[in-house]
Design a protein around this ligand. Structure first.
Ligand code: FAD
Length: 453
């Protein structure tokens, strides 16, 4: 009766994951994505993958200064942005082939078009002016750049993260508005490549969702690298001229005007729902975010689901993958995973930061009695060997049972190390359990053990 069992709108991490799982599970699936070039979504084309490739490359420049002291004298360090862009595009194409291969293997039909709702079983393919129907529909249309209330994007001068990947040169100076994960990552990138970087953040701390101790340490480390940071700051005026953008920043205590070659706006993301005509299917939204129940079904619907950045859940690719798996399980009538999950928060700035589980603030609010242990990488042999012993690991555990409740890490490879604690918390391990384990030496991971002693 319907054309497909399931229509998925959007082929980002949420969409391609749910579509390939459903296809592999025997459902006839159609995924609608704007074009072949946008398959993979924000994550592959203008988010996680290119950003982390840019950051990895810029970290080599930072490390090169250390090589000399290890007896490795290299050639003159020259950075070529065009080479990096080409390498990043190759990487994206390579991964895209993998995604398309997975969809093909799962026999998923792909329509390259923009989708919108006609009713709760029908989707319109806009440019083909054609309707397709399905028993179930999954909204996975993701998110886009959030505009600044005062400044709009302007060519190559006032940019968003997507334009960073197309820059023809590294700017001499850049103002980054927003000191969240993306802002801090790009601050590290431009700083490593020699730009004069300033961050203007509205909140009283950087990476506002992280532990206070971590945010303070991050600020100190970024400042050590000559990044200027204004907290509780607001841009009140700006003027674009031939030299760049003249910006006035108000911190409450002082007002300063400075000219930057470029301004990067990274103040969050908005859900891609405005063109979906969700009202035609009576889908409830709040400021563009789709409202769902605990099973990720749109309110008042049993056949329409939403996953990924269109929800209010944290805008992270790994959260999108998890939601995709849950919806696939539900549509395939399999036991679904619990909605009560923990996920790592990761920021790939220098130094890296990562956290998992409950924060000190949450534990205090929930009146859970806890203790913390902290180990500075200064005492870790491997961190010293790698030439960066900044930062620490901090673990929060139950005062009575010593159950691991949460962890925050700032420093070398924090985004990898955090998974030890992800497993510890999920497996309900205590600090006593960890103490009995043998970690290899010399490794960054053994800090976990040193922290207990
Ligand atoms: C600079 C940057 C760095 C990031 N780094 C990380 C990181 O390190 N780790 C991490 O976990 N997350 C990171 N993220 C976040 C991550 O990219 C997103 O959480 C993730 O892409 C969300 O997946 P999604 O499938 O929900 O949406 P998206 O990836 O946005 O995909 C949605 C897809 O839907 C398509 N679409 C939209 N509307 C329609 C329509 N009407 N019809 C058809 N198709 C449509 C879009 O073209 C897009 O391809 C980063 C984001 C940015 C911007």
């Amino acid at each position: 009766m319907y054309d497909f069992d399931v229509i998925v709108i959007g082929a980002g991490p949420a969409g391609y994951e749910v579509a390939s799982l459903l296809g592999a599970g025997g459902k006839s699936v159609c995924i609608v994505e704007k074009s072949e070039s946008t398959v993979g979504g924000t994550c592959l084309n203008e988010g996680c993958v290119p950003a982390k490739n840019f950051l990895e490359t810029s970290s080599y420049i930072k490390k090169a200064a250390y090589f000399e002291s290890c007896g490795v004298s290299g050639n003159e360090n020259k950075f070529n942005i065009t080479t990096l862009q080409k390498a990043t595009n190759c990487l994206i194409q390579d991964l895209k082939v993998g995604i398309l291969g997975k969809l093909k293997k799962s026999k998923v039909t792909i329509e390259y078009d923009s989708a919108s709702f006609v009713d709760n079983h029908t989707v319109k393919l806009e440019s083909q002016d054609k309707n397709i129907t399905a028993q179930d529909i999954v909204i996975a249309s993701g998110s886009s750049h959030r505009d600044h209330p005062l400044m709009s994007l302007e060519g190559e001068t006032i940019i968003s993260s997507r334009e960073v990947f197309k820059l023809s040169s590294i700017p001499k100076s850049i103002l980054i508005i927003g000191g969240g994960a993306i802002g801090c990552e790009f601050a590290s990138f431009f700083n490593a490549l020699g730009s004069d970087v300033r961050i203007s953040e509205f909140a009283p701390k950087l990476v506002a969702h992280e532990d206070d101790d971590v945010s303070r340490t991050l600020k100190r480390e970024l400042e050590k690298n000559d990044i200027s940071i204004d907290l509780k700051a607001n841009v009140t005026e700006y003027r674009v001229s031939e030299e760049g953008v003249e910006v006035t920043i108000d911190t409450g205590k002082k007002q300063e005007t400075q000219t930057f070659e470029k301004v990067l706006i990274s103040i969050g993301r908005i859900p891609n729902t405005s063109v979906l005509h969700v009202e035609n299917a009576n889908i409830v939204e709040d400021r563009g975010f789709i409202e769902v129940d605990e099973n990720l079904r749109c309110l008042n619907h049993d056949n329409i689901y939403a996953i990924g950045d269109v929800l209010k859940s944290p805008a992270l690719a790994h959260v999108a993958y998890y939601e995709a798996k849950r919806v696939a399980q539900s549509i395939l009538d399999k036991d679904t995973f619990s909605g009560d999950y923990i996920f790592p928060s990761v920021t790939f700035c220098t130094p890296q930061i990562a956290s998992i589980g409950k924060s000190e603030k949450a534990l205090k609010e929930q009146e859970i009695k806890f203790k913390n242990k902290k180990l500075f990488f200064k005492t870790n042999a491997k961190a010293k060997i790698k030439g960066d012993d900044s930062g620490f690991i901090k673990v929060l555990f139950d005062e009575e049972t010593s159950l691991v409740l949460g962890a925050s890490i700032i420093g070398n490879d924090a985004t990898e190390l955090i998974h030890q604690f992800l497993i510890a918390i999920n497996a309900k391990l205590t600090m006593n359990d960890l103490e009995k384990m043998i970690f290899a030496h010399p490794t960054l991971s053994e800090s976990t053990l040193d922290l207990i002693h």
